[in-house]
Design a protein around this ligand. Structure first.
Ligand code: SAM
Length: 195
């Protein structure tokens, strides 16, 4: 696990945002207990969460999308170091235009927060019937619940976008969402059973 600590250290030193410990523990636990086999991740960064997901079991395969070339390359290096290149495919593309085929048991949205709704709408067709779409950062450092914590105009706009996304999730007719106030705020959305 020394390599994982190195990746976390690199992320901290280079200001690369990666999942918080509580959020990653929750997701890895979910993958184990629900026998998740195929994960699609929107937002690789340097491969930390993809590596953690793939490390839960030799049966887990991850496809992960990253649009930033420097981060993409760093992710490839980290994944090779962990000898996980057979089970983690990193797609270097904008997730809004990428063409991903196949179905996934878990789709993890962890990219540009202003685009969450677009990611959800685009990738729902890749969701297996009993799969889940998980979204991170719905609390955004507590500012979604308390917008008064910031006066920054851009941050406020982002907070509004996240609030809109939360409302969007709550109002989806074909899905039900559970919100968890762990890590930076995580939601788990699943298809409602068909009658
Ligand atoms: N999941 C990673 C982890 O926990 O290790 C962290 C991902 S980081 C919070 C978000 C990443 O999404 C950034 O590296 C950013 O470049 C990428 N990103 C943002 N918008 C994107 C898009 N439209 N397509 C692909 N990647 C995107």
């Amino acid at each position: 696990m020394g390599e994982i600590l190195e990746i976390k250290k690199y992320a901290k030193e280079n200001h690369v945002p990666i999942m918080q410990d509580e959020g990653i523990a929750f997701l890895c636990d979910y993958i184990r207990t629900h026998s998740v086999k195929r994960v699609l991740e929107i937002g690789t960064a340097i491969g930390y969460s993809a590596i953690m997901f793939a490390s839960t079991s030799p049966d887990v395969e991850v496809v992960t999308i990253e649009r930033d070339e420097t981060l993409f390359k760093e992710a490839l290096v980290n994944i090779q170091k962990m000898k996980l290149e057979d089970r983690i495919q990193v797609v270097f593309e904008d997730a809004l235009t990428a063409n991903i085929t196949g179905k996934f048991d878990l789709i993890f949205i962890d990219a540009a927060k202003s685009q969450y709704q677009k990611f959800f709408l685009k990738y729902q067709e890749n969701l297996a019937d009993d799969g889940v779409i998980v979204t991170d950062n719905l609390s955004f450092h507590g500012m979604v619940e308390h917008p008064e914590l910031t006066q920054n105009r851009n941050t406020r706009q982002l907070i509004h976008k996240i609030q809109d996304y939360i409302e969007f999730l709550k109002n989806l007719e074909d899905y039900e969402t559970t919100f968890y106030s762990l890590g930076d705020g995580v939601s788990v959305t699943k298809k409602k059973p068909k009658n």
